[in-house]
Design a protein around this ligand. Structure first.
Ligand code: AMP
Ligand code: GLY
Length: 429
């Protein structure tokens, strides 16, 4: 069967998903909501917002969509997957109830405790005095988290008790609004981080190659946290032994636990891992692909000759059991994010970006658009914080890094910036 796919979202991740779907023999047509100018080159875009379940269901019916692929978390949290499923459409993405693994830190931590899934010890506080009393029993560094969604800025790591005191005052003083009404204090986990993405249709789980993200804005992992300034895959630090342990002690218990609690998980489970001396532990779960990990993985799978769009279809259709596992990789992929100056605080939009065709001609390179406007004459302008993702595939992470920066250097955009050290851990090791 050839699918008519409704793709929900508009960022770099969704541009990569659109390209994977467009390349799949299982997909006849793609409608994107709301999509972007770049996605509009390969799909029909309709101006319906990602968090509008009724609007998206009406659009899916009007366009004869047979299947939906959900990119962003806002759509999951708004109940878009539930509404589309109720309308008889196959969906890639978990229900709103299952997506709580991402949308509520308190739910995720309690779930891990119920199912003995390794994660940092934690305690929850509603006032400064009891938080301070607890802090006195711990060693620095201290990990403080606002309980609710705080746009990725809710985690503070403090090196001293004095600094932690000031942060506790600020959090209970309303710095994060309602999200900071409760404070989570976590055990600090030392180690390297890795992002594992597992596709699951509720019966079969299908892990993708592991990726590493670069969350800080500037070289040397300095500066504020961002949505991600670059990624690569595979990550040499993540050995087959670690993978076996992650599957047995984390992924399988999570999926079995969600099913046993009546909220079976389907779609992609994003497990943020800390590889500690005591074994792998969960930092966080997300209910969607990472951005820019998705761009990296879609390009890698394509280079391996795998129909990545077909994998999303098989997942939504409950047919993962019939898909062969990913063979040993012959390639590595690396993505460098180009962001507008001022990102993440106040990105400056509207500036002109030149040189993209030349960048795209570097062998193995794809330029994904995360936040651009394309004028009628083809001129490309910045229209977001993270604006472009330059992804290269090659025989190794080092070669992919070289190719990606060769392409980056062909882009003429004085009002943008990028990190120059994406992949440093893999390249040094
Ligand atoms: P989160 O929003 O929970 O993913 O946290 C953002 C970042 O803070 C993570 O990617 C880690 O780098 C860091 N982090 C969060 N929790 C811990 C922890 N318990 N120990 C050490 N680092 C942490
Ligand atoms: N790059 C990490 C994320 O998408 O959450």
């Amino acid at each position: 069967m050839s699918e008519t796919v409704l793709l929900i979202g508009s960022g770099g991740r969704e541009h990569a998903l659109a390209m994977a779907l467009a390349a799949s023999p299982q997909v006849a047509r793609i409608i994107a909501a709301p999509g972007s100018d770049a996605i509009g080159r390969i799909a029909v875009c309709r101006p319906v917002k990602a968090d509008d379940p009724a609007g998206l269901t009406a659009l899916a019916r009007a366009e004869g969509a047979t299947l939906a692929v959900i990119g962003p978390e806002v759509a999951l949290a708004a109940g878009v997957s539930d509404a589309l499923r109720a309308a008889g459409i196959a969906v890639f993405g978990p229900s709103r109830a299952a997506a709580q693994l991402e949308s509520s830190k308190a739910f995720a931590k309690a779930f891990c405790a119920r199912h003995a899934i390794p994660t940092a010890d934690f305690a929850v506080f509603e006032d400064g005095a009891s938080a301070r009393a607890h802090l006195a029993t711990l060693e620095p560094p201290y990990v403080l988290k606002a309980d609710g969604l705080a746009a990725g800025k809710g985690v503070i790591i403090c090196e001293s008790a004095r600094e932690a005191d000031l942060e506790i005052d600020a959090i209970f003083g309303g710095r994060f609004g309602q999200a900071g009404a409760r404070l989570v204090i976590e055990e600090f986990m030392a180690g390297e981080e890795a992002s594992l993405f597992v596709l699951t249709d509720g019966r079969t789980h299908y892990p993708l190659p592991v990726a590493q993200d670069h969350k800080r804005a500037f070289d040397g992992d300095k500066g504020p946290n961002t949505g991600g300034m670059g990624a690569y895959s595979p990550a040499p630090v993540y050995t087959p032994e670690i993978h076996a342990e992650v599957m047995a002690r984390i992924v399988e218990p999570v999926l079995a636990g969600m099913a046993a609690e009546g909220t079976p998980y389907t779609g992609v489970l994003f497990v943020g891992l800390m590889l500690t001396r005591d074994g792998p532990k969960v930092v966080e779960f997300n209910a969607r692909f990472g951005d820019p990990e998705c761009q990296t993985l879609m390009a890698l799978l394509a280079a391996e000759g795998i129909d990545a769009g077909g994998l999303l279809v098989a997942c939504a259709r409950g047919r993962l059991a019939s898909v062969p596992p990913i063979p040993p990789l012959a390639h590595a992929a690396l993505t460098v994010v180009l962001a507008a100056q001022g990102y993440p605080e106040e990105p400056m939009t509207g500036s002109l970006i030149r040189g993209l065709p030349g960048a795209g001609q570097v062998p193995g390179v794809t330029v994904f658009h995360a936040g651009t406007k394309i004028d009628a004459d083809g001129a490309v302008r910045a229209a977001g914080g993270r604006v472009l993702g330059v992804t290269a595939v090659a025989g190794s992470v080092l070669e992919a890094q070289t190719a990606a920066y060769t392409a980056v250097d062909r882009i003429d955009w004085p009002m943008g910036f990028c990190r120059r050290d994406i992949g440093w851990r893999a390249v040094a090791g």
